[in-house]
Ligand binder design. Structure first.
Ligand SMILES: Nc1ncnc2c1ncn2[C@@H]1O[C@H](COP(=O)(O)OP(=O)(O)OP(=O)(O)O)[C@@H](O)[C@H]1O
Ligand SMILES: [Mg+2]
Length: 368
């Protein structure tokens, strides 16, 4: 069951792997591995008496563009990139917590009426069949109770993932000679990163949006409860493709390097701004749906992460579109940092991409 600290996703799928266990000898450290569509990211945190300390971080770009459905198209290069990221960060631990995003994972908030809690599981699985667009025998299902109200009403969050998809992620991790101790959903890692670093209240909700290469992971949460989640098919690749198409550039690589260059030519910044508006409109739709359905308390702030959040004026454009104060999520605010190891400039440069891997590393161990 979800606790007040919002660890609703903490054990999704964990039972498949007989629960999480840290490697012997380094019981106080935990590793998060994010297999992104464009970049592999790893983070290692160490549990201190009262907090978590950032120990290691690294990211390695993938050489191949991913498929729209996130199948790992080139297993060999993905395995190599994972191994390279672990080596670069000098991580010796083998147990990792990783996560899935995209259309292969379905997350639904359901309100279920049950006379007897013993019937809950059957009822959840029965309802699940109506929401899952795959054959039920092809998916792994898990759920957690988020609220037990009156009139036999129980709120649950249902998570279903295609077996094929889960197995593919696990085998890539195993081929990189690591142990996937928990496979979670990326949105829950995002929530965990947020709740570790920011004050949590149940009277105001926060919209988190991790803008990756292929998709934007959206989570609206308050008081530790995930009220709304969505994986919107918009990310940095869409912006790059639009630049390439409009400027008739020979390859996406040319468009990508133009996009990430500090000083954008006018025609590029116009395209980037237009694409940021597309995302702003998408977020506004989610906010309107959330508000109209009275799913949870009002949203008082938006926090952006993911490499796509670094696009020029993204924060301002999202704020203008939604009318809600918007900032970049800082996944390090409350972590212990050894400044001789990680300079403030370095942390700023990795903050956007680090939100999910940090959330995964936090997931791997209990919060102190
Ligand atoms: N300075 C920048 N300006 C604009 N976009 C940027 C910048 N830096 C990185 N990006 C974009 O961020 C994206 C990568 O971010 P991230 O590592 O969060 O994605 P990912 O995790 O690989 O993808 P996904 O979350 O979809 O699986 C790329 O599309 C890249 O072009
Ligand atoms: Mg990502």
């Amino acid at each position: 069951m979800a606790s007040a600290h919002g660890r609703a996703g903490s054990s999704f799928f964990a039972r498949l792997f007989k629960g999480f266990s840290l490697s012997s000898g380094s019981k106080s450290s935990a590793v998060g591995l994010s297999i992104g569509a464009s970049t592999i990211k790893v983070a290692q945190l160490k549990k201190t008496k009262t907090n978590w300390k950032l120990e290691k971080f690294s990211s390695v770009p993938l050489t191949e563009a991913p498929s729209e459905h996130r199948e790992i198209s080139n297993v060999v290069s993905t395995v190599q990139a994972i191994q390279e990221a672990m080596a670069q960060a000098d991580i010796g631990l083998k147990d990792v917590c990783s996560a899935i995003a995209g259309s292969g994972i379905i997350i639904k908030n359901l309100t279920i009426t049950v006379a007897d809690m013993k019937e809950l599981q059957d009822q959840v699985f029965w309802e699940a069949e109506q929401y899952i667009p795959f054959d039920i025998s092809e998916v792994v299902i898990d759920y957690q109770v988020t609220k037990q109200g009156q009139d036999n009403q129980v709120d649950v969050i249902l998570v279903a993932v295609k077996k094929e998809y889960l197995e593919q992620y696990m085998s890539v991790i195993e081929e990189a000679l690591l142990q996937p101790r928990i496979i979670d959903a990326e949105v829950f890692a995002l929530q965990n990163s947020f709740e570790t670093n920011y004050p949590v209240t149940d009277t105001e909700a926060t919209l988190l949006a991790d803008i990756g290469a292929l998709s934007t992971k959206i989570m609206i949460c308050a008081g530790g409860i995930p009220y709304f989640t969505k994986d919107a098919p918009f990310g940095g690749i869409a912006i790059t493709n639009e630049i390439q198409r409009e400027l008739k550039l020979p390859t996406p690589v040319d468009a990508e390097s133009l996009k990430v260059s500090g000083n954008l030519p006018h025609e590029v910044s116009e395209i980037v701004a237009r694409m940021c508006h597309v995302l702003g409109t998408e977020l506004k739709k989610s906010i309107d749906f959330y508000s109209a359905s009275s799913l949870g308390p009002p949203i008082s702030s938006i926090l952006l992460s993911g490499g796509g959040a670094r696009a020029a004026h993204m924060t301002k454009i999202i704020e203008d579109n939604t009318g809600i104060p918007t900032q970049l999520l800082d996944p390090f605010v409350r972590l212990e940092i050894d400044q001789s190891q990680f300079s403030p400039e370095y942390l700023t440069s990795i903050a956007a991409e680090a939100a999910i891997p940090i959330g995964l590393a936090l997931r791997a161990g209990d919060k102190p």
